[in-house]
Design a protein around this ligand. Structure first.
Ligand SMILES: Nc1ncnc2c1ncn2[C@@H]1O[C@H](COP(=O)(O)OP(=O)(O)OP(=O)(O)O)[C@@H](O)[C@H]1O
Length: 226
């Protein structure tokens, strides 16, 4: 037997032949997608094309009807998997806990029960809140934020987890052009600086020049963009 060549490190996120159906209706028809570490990829497609479904399958929120998803080489079979813990999510519906302040909503993502946040945790939470222009809102509760502020808090929350895979579903939907670009820039810089793979779903073509690559989805099928 010959020795196996040194294996390249597994890609942060790989989807192979992923199909998904809601009842009888198949909405993903065999998606193949690989995200490399350090790249930010835009998933562009019109409303109803399958972006949210693809992200939900990639994050373990939905099981594919067939095909497979791996995170750093480990199979993802559900939200409780070890693999799923390596995926951070910016959900369209938001993910802020209402009885925690904005800053606490970040800290709770990484600081496990029983451990107090360190000064370094707090400093990083503050740095991220500053990056999304929410430093002045750090002590507020989510119900006292605007829709755009909530969306930016969710982005900061996902970045704070330092997960190697970050999936963001329309993270700029409630933002004006300048803030939308700032958030896209932040996600791209996060990929570059931390080596994370970032996939952001959007139907907004205005910020595509900021990501490393675009893949388009139409009627549940991918085609490579630029
Ligand atoms: N829970 C569900 N049950 C049945 N069909 C669904 C469900 N969720 C989505 N669909 C259908 O699956 C298809 C893809 O929906 P999906 O939400 O993934 O698209 P999208 O590209 O994210 O759209 P949008 O940009 O409007 O959020 C659509 O035809 C939608 O009607």
């Amino acid at each position: 037997m010959t020795a196996a060549p040194t294996a390249a490190p597994a890609a942060p996120l790989v989807l192979r032949g992923v199909r998904h159906s809601y009842g009888e209706a198949e909405v993903l028809h065999g998606v193949d997608l690989t995200l490399r570490g350090g790249e930010a990829v835009a998933l562009l497609g019109p409303s109803g094309s399958g972006k949210t479904t693809l992200l939900a399958v990639a994050g373990g929120l939905l099981r594919p009807t067939s095909g497979e998803v791996t995170v750093l080489g480990a199979p993802l079979t559900g939200r409780r998997d070890e693999a799923a813990r390596r995926v951070a999510y910016v959900l369209q519906a938001g993910s802020l806990i209402p009885y925690l302040t904005v800053e606490e909503n970040l800290l709770v993502r990484r600081v496990v029960t029983g451990r107090r946040p360190t000064p370094a945790d707090r400093a990083e939470a503050r740095r991220l809140l500053e990056a999304v222009d929410l430093a002045a809102r750090a002590g507020r509760y989510p119900d006292r934020l605007s829709g755009g502020e909530r969306q930016r808090a969710c982005v900061a929350q996902a970045l704070f987890t330092r997960a190697p895979v970050l999936l963001a579903d329309e993270p700029t939907a409630s933002l004006d052009r300048a803030r939308g670009r700032a958030v896209t820039e932040l996600l791209t810089a996060h990929a570059r600086d931390t080596g994370a793979a970032v996939l952001l779903a959007t139907h907004d073509e205005r910020a595509l020049d900021l990501t490393d690559r675009t893949v388009s989805i139409e009627d549940g099928l991918l085609r490579d963009g630029h």
